[in-house]
Design a protein around this ligand. Sequence first.
Ligand code: GDP
Ligand code: MG
Length: 184
Amino acid sequence: MSNKKMSIIVLGDAAVGKTSLLKMYDEKKFQPAHMATLGLDYVSKNYLPPQGGNNGKPVPVKIWDTAGQERFRTLTHSFYKQGHGIIVAFAVNDMTSFEHVGTWLASIKEHADPTVIKILVGNKVDLEGERKVSFQEAETLAKANGMKYYDTSAKTNLNVMEFMEDLFSQVYIEKLSDSPKARD
Ligand code: GDP
Ligand code: MG
């Protein structure tokens, strides 16, 4: 019997590129104009665990966007509860969005499953001259909170597949596989 499913949610301030990251991941497309009306709810994908895990069957994944609600910080408890994994995004050219990562982490601690797998992404690294948050700074914050960190660009498709696959693999190993890796 195998009816495993994976649910991932994307959090972070408005305009950091959450929807753009999902769009690039799903359709390999980037739209430079602001897409306030895009409002996609989720993206569906299949994750094929390595080495014939899950009897060689793909695990259906839903990645939930926060279509505008992030502006009002009114995400419901049930929204947090549905995630096996959470992507926290900020934009490297927007210091405020990085400072708010702590606020997002506090909401996760308050509302999400305590064993949820989190990953931090600093988006818009293509805007090189405008970078305000260094890789080092972001990675240090991530490590202090038990997360991996990726520099990303939804515009140039830098690390978009990589961070998603990394998160899926962590979620699969820690939460869905039949022999979960021992945690320290
Ligand atoms: P969201 O509110 O977090 O979902 O952000 P959006 O995906 O709507 O993106 C906000 C704006 O930033 C849009 O104008 C995007 O085109 C732009 N954007 C998103 N990702 C990137 C990126 O990696 N690089 C650049 N240069 N712009 C981006
Ligand atoms: Mg959006």
